[in-house]
Design a binder for this molecule. Structure first.
Ligand code: MGD
Ligand code: MGD
Ligand code: SF4
Ligand code: MO
Length: 702
């Protein structure tokens, strides 16, 4: 049975319940085993994990060597945190907590906690209707059950919903949904073997998709072009890095298109057959010479020419990052860069395509609407945009309760101080389910301890790679913590509800989902294999039918309903105004050491990431008499923060960076970057424009 050295056989022999590792084979038969699992974080990669289980020892989590993405290694953050804070009972929430008269938390039983929630929700619903309870959830876990199932109760009750996509990617979603008919079907990354160019625009895979950075981009034969105001590691290792001023991307896109058109790289047959409105762009394209592009974006004309030549050689892939659209004109930027594949015909053929997100579960036929019970809504519900949350929640006439799970808005949302203030309302009931005592949980009246992805079975999918993986239970939750779905089943019981959808078992949901992925596939088999790839060994060519789910059935470049949306009919090369004298544009993208704000409390990662930093260009630091290691005040009309200066020539003058992923309560009470973001929305989708933040920076005044 020792197949460990035989490539390809190891996978078959690794099974959750029975596999013995090489080391444990003779002496510890049945005692030492490894289990395959999948990381369900909100991350492009979707790594396969191998969990080593030994009697008397904590599970040891590592990368699955047989998984095509992780190839034996997890990212720097998960490798630490899954073996660290995730398994640290002292850091975890282990019992339900209730705020007592004195204001301190006291441990209570599940029954007591849920009875209280049920009773108080019931009173609010009876007296004011379900709209007075506001639900907020997001992507704390993307396991399909843990992410979706609790929404069944929320939907059945008809609670108000925060559309938390508006804190992340709604501008890009709306732009491409209207343009291509979908923002969640892109390209299969495996098609890169047929590509001659990969253009990564406003994503930083070296942080947000580390395995894609290392393997997919690192090993491709295609030319890699990265467009980012920051010289990220992905930019530094690319064949070409264009470094525009933030918020000038639409102009850059037009300039690239000018060159592509001049060089006859447009695909007129494709344009005629599959797009509408392209002819209306002609004058704008004529004017967008590379020299104009240089002036407008700061990217040298010669580099614009080079990038156009590389992309134009095709087949070419375009990856539109989520950082890209967190700009005041983020919707327009997404429309403008979407013109590249649309006008050059880089769509629906091997090696070509555009990508923002992939709905891998949907492509496999899994019905997430059913998992989330969207059809259970029977009353007229309302949604609240994330950027309006602080203001809306402050109004006692509107909301009497806030329910939060899979999210930490007091760290991640705009207008942090005002939101904290709103959450301090005495007459607002706050219920939070989380694995840790986050800033949001600290504000709660009732805290419900949630299990992590190591503690229940689920299915995890990547939104880049088309893989569907098993998320495996490898240990019991600490104390009394429960998976989200069990928390919400019990809450439904406490509320005396009886709709069967609220009580469906995990097993039943797993069976239904897996039957869609592959007939006859059961969870144990998926665990043994680790994952299933859509299309098997072969790359899928998405959009090969070139049918677009828009009104015209074509790629919509000109929008007839633009007036109603409050945007121009066509994408346009407008750029953001330059910051005023003395101001800097502050970007707060993904940190290498955090997954959003998850892991902010892991001691090893705290040590590795150091204090909250402000990266400054040497010129900007000099002008403010700041040197490396100084503390600086970063301020705007909304407030101020103190951050530790780190001088870096990876930036350009006028641009500063402070990575996201800090818990405000760990930052000496000063909060995190979102203290400075008032929540100005993007042009489309009323979404976060946090990378458009303007600040002043100076030495701390004593
Ligand atoms: N300044 C700035 N702010 C940003 C961004 C930025 O780039 N800059 N990015 C924005 C983006 S892209 C996003 S997506 C948002 C993210 O914002 P949030 O979704 O609020 O992300 P987190 O703060 O990490 O909160 C996720 C929470 O889920 C919890 N969790 C994990 N697993 C489970 C589980 O199984 N059950 C339960 N109940 N809880 C679980 C974690 O412990 C964590 O506290 O932040 C946004 N905020
Ligand atoms: N390690 C880690 N991984 C993560 C996350 C994390 O917090 N940490 N978060 C996850 C989530 S929720 C999301 S949404 C994704 C986000 O991951 P990405 O899609 O990579 O987005 P960001 O990290 O916000 O920003 C990416 C890049 O956009 C650049 N950028 C900012 N403004 C502009 C601009 O005007 N033009 C251009 N061209 N570029 C600009 C930034 O400099 C940054 O390098 O990552 C996911 N993965
Ligand atoms: S967060 Fe992303 S890179 Fe890290 S282990 Fe999970 S899937 Fe892999
Ligand atoms: Mo996000």
């Amino acid at each position: 049975m020792n197949g460990g050295s035989v490539p390809g056989r190891r996978r078959q022999q690794t099974s959750c319940r029975t596999h013995e590792t090489e080391a444990g084979f003779e002496s510890n038969r049945q005692l030492t085993r490894t289990v395959r699992s999948t990381c369900p974080r909100d991350c492009y990669d979707g790594c396969g994990m191998l969990v080593h289980l030994e009697p008397g020892a904590k599970p040891r989590v590592s990368g699955d060597p047989d998984h095509p993405i992780s190839r034996g290694r997890l990212c720097a953050k998960c490798a630490v945190a899954y073996n660290g804070v995730f398994q640290d009972e002292k850091a975890r929430l282990t019992t339900p907590l209730r705020r007592s008269e004195s204001g301190e938390f006291e441990a209570v039983s599940w029954d007591a906690a849920l009875q209280e929630v049920a009773q108080r929700f019931g009173t609010i619903i009876d007296s004011r209707g379900p709209r007075a309870i506001l639900n907020l959830n997001y992507t704390g876990t993307l396991g399909l059950i843990g992410y979706n199932f609790p929404s069944r109760l929320v939907n059945l009750l008809g609670l108000s919903q925060v559309d938390y996509g508006t804190i992340c990617n709604a501008a890009g979603v709306e732009a491409w949904q209207r343009m291509f008919g979908t923002a969640v079907t892109g390209f299969d990354p495996r098609t890169a073997s047929d590509s001659r160019c990969i253009l990564v625009w406003g994503a930083n895979p070296s942080h947000s998709a580390p395995h894609m950075h290392e393997h997919w981009l690192g090993e491709t034969a295609a030319s890699v072009v990265v467009i980012d105001p920051l010289r990220t590691e992905s930019a530094a290792s690319a064949d070409l890095h264009l470094q525009p001023r933030p918020g000038t991307d639409a102009a850059l896109a037009f300039s690239l298109l000018h060159c592509l058109r001049r060089d006859q790289r447009f695909d007129q047959d494709f344009i005629d057959a599959y797009t509408v409105g392209a002819d209306e762009l002609e004058c704008t394209l004529d004017a967008a010479t590379p020299e104009w592009g240089e002036q407008t974006t700061g990217v040298p004309a010669a580099d614009i020419e080079r990038a156009a030549a590389l992309y134009g050689a095709g087949p070419a892939l375009l990856w539109a990052g989520q950082g890209l659209q967190r700009q005041p004109l983020g919707g327009n930027i997404m429309r403008a860069i979407g013109l590249l594949p649309s006008l050059t015909g880089n769509v629906g053929k091997p090696g070509a395509g555009f990508y923002y997100l992939n709905d891998t579960a949907g492509l496999a036929g899994i019905d997430e609407d059913e998992l989330a019970g969207t059809s259970l809504v029977s009353t007229e519900t309302q949604t609240v945009g994330a950027l309006d949350l602080a203001e809306r929640l402050a109004d006692p006439d509107e909301f009497a309760a806030l329910l939060v799970w899979n999210a930490n808005p007091l760290a991640s949302c705009s207008n942090q101080q005002a939101l904290r203030q709103a959450c301090s309302r005495d007459d607002l009931l706050i219920v939070v389910a989380d694995c840790f005592m986050t800033d949001t949980a600290r504000q709660a009246d009732i805290v419900l301890p949630a299990a992590t992805c190591l503690e229940f079975d689920d299915i995890a999918v990547s939104y880049f790679n088309l893989n569907i993986g098993a998320q495996s239970k490898v240990c019991a939750p600490p104390g009394e913590a429960l998976p989200n779905q069990e928390i919400f089943r019990r809450l439904a019981t406490a509320m005396a509800l009886d709709h069967p959808a609220l009580f469906e078992s995990d097993e039943s949901m797993l069976v239904k989902m897996l039957s869609k992925v592959q007939p006859g596939l059961d969870f144990a088999t998926l665990q043994q294999r680790g994952f299933v790839s859509l299309g098997g060994e072969n790359a899928l060519v998405l959009h090969s039918g070139r049918q677009f789910d828009t009104d015209s059935g074509r790629i919509e470049i000109a929008w007839d309903n633009a007036d109603a949306l409050g945007v121009p009919r066509l994408p346009h090369p407008t750029v953001d105004p330059a910051p005023a004298l003395g101001e800097l544009r502050l970007l707060s993208p993904a940190s290498r050491w955090r997954l959003n704000d998850i892991y902010a409390n892991d001691p090893q990662l705290i040590a590795r990431s150091g204090p909250a930093e402000l990266l400054l260009h040497p010129q900007d630091a000099r002008a403010r008499q700041l040197v490396d290691g100084d503390t600086a005040t970063v301020s705007n009309a909304l407030g101020s923060l103190t951050l530790t200066v780190s001088i870096s020539d990876r930036l350009q003058p006028g641009v500063a960076v402070s990575y996201k992923g800090r818990w405000p309560n760990q930052e000496d009470g000063s909060g995190n970057i979102n203290r400075l973001y008032a929540g100005q929305p993007t042009d489309l989708g009323a979404s976060s424009a946090v990378h458009g933040l303007l600040v002043k920076v100076g030495p701390v005044q004593n």
